[in-house]
Design a protein around this ligand. Structure first.
Ligand SMILES: [Zn+2]
Length: 273
């Protein structure tokens, strides 16, 4: 699933390719993927509109059009939004194609959980999925004490708290496990047990892994591609995610794999306390 660094990479590559371009038409091959406003026609609402701006909230991509409408894209498991400079054939996983005045933008999704939702731009931040999101971890105003306060309220395992988008936006299984490894904190620990020194370590680790993830243009473990169709490279830097049963790169002991908060979680029982 694309997490914050992957969605940020899609945003940057899409903006580079499509900002200021006009949507001449949209074709919908699988209607549930394209959610319109009330019973208005999706294609009609985006037709002849210029792509005016890009934004991101947590794992959501926001594409603003010049008619006061924003497309909110949630990629979920396997959603992809790719720009092609030339005409491109569709396949059975292509659900929406935007024909631009130069090139095409294809939304495809193998697992079909992702959605492109149209909303009035002024109300975008009020729609329930965005309104309940916690702070952006890379915002300048997000400090370690904000993280500490939000974790303290959440009486759960630290892993569950980091995955909760209402506590902090944008982290998923990959970056949560990596941040916890770097901070030296066991994922099953209760949030209430964290000392201030550990929250500072965790805060720094979260900012670090997300920034490094963005700089590596994301993690391509299975499906993820940016809007140029390229893989990211952060998978080469992973210390724990996807490495259960393998040797810890720091201490050599075997990494543990355990279901925590309903998700496969990998950690080192020596490096993490
Ligand atoms: Zn270790």
């Amino acid at each position: 699933m694309p997490e914050l660094p992957e969605v940020e990479s899609i945003k940057l590559t899409l903006a580079k390719n499509t900002l200021g371009k006009k949507i001449l038409d949209a074709e919908i091959f699988w209607p549930p993927a394209a959610v319109s406003i009330a019973d208005l026609d999706f294609a009609e609402l985006v037709k002849d509109r210029v792509i005016e701006n890009f934004d991101r909230r947590g794992k959501y991509l926001l594409i603003g059009l010049n008619n006061g409408i924003t497309m909110i894209v949630h990629f979920r498991m396997t959603g992809r939004l790719i720009y092609y400079p030339e005409k491109q054939p569709v396949d059975k996983h292509t659900h929406v194609v935007f024909y631009l005045d130069e090139g095409e933008m294809h939304y495809s999704d193998i697992r079909k959980f992702g959605r492109i939702q149209l909303v009035p731009t002024q109300k975008a931040s009020d729609i329930s999925s965005l309104a309940k999101l916690g702070p952006e971890p890379l915002d300048e105003c997000f400090a370690f004490d904000t993280l500490g306060q939000r974790l303290a309220k959440k009486k759960s395992s630290i892993k569950a708290a980091l995955l909760d988008q209402a506590v902090i936006a944008g982290l998923g299984n990959i970056y949560a496990d990596e941040a916890l490894f770097r901070a030296g904190i066991l994922p099953g620990r209760n949030t209430q047990s964290l000392k201030v020194s550990e929250i500072i370590l965790l805060y720094n680790s979260i900012c670090e892994v997300l920034t490094e993830g963005i700089n590596a243009r994301g993690t391509s473990f299975r499906d993820y591609r940016d809007a140029d169709g390229n893989r990211g490279s952060f998978q080469e830097n992973l210390m724990v995610y996807g490495r259960g049963g393998m040797e810890c790169k720091e201490c050599g002991s075997l990494l543990q794999r355990e279901k925590i908060a309903g998700r496969t979680t990998v950690y080192c029982s020596q490096c993490q306390k």
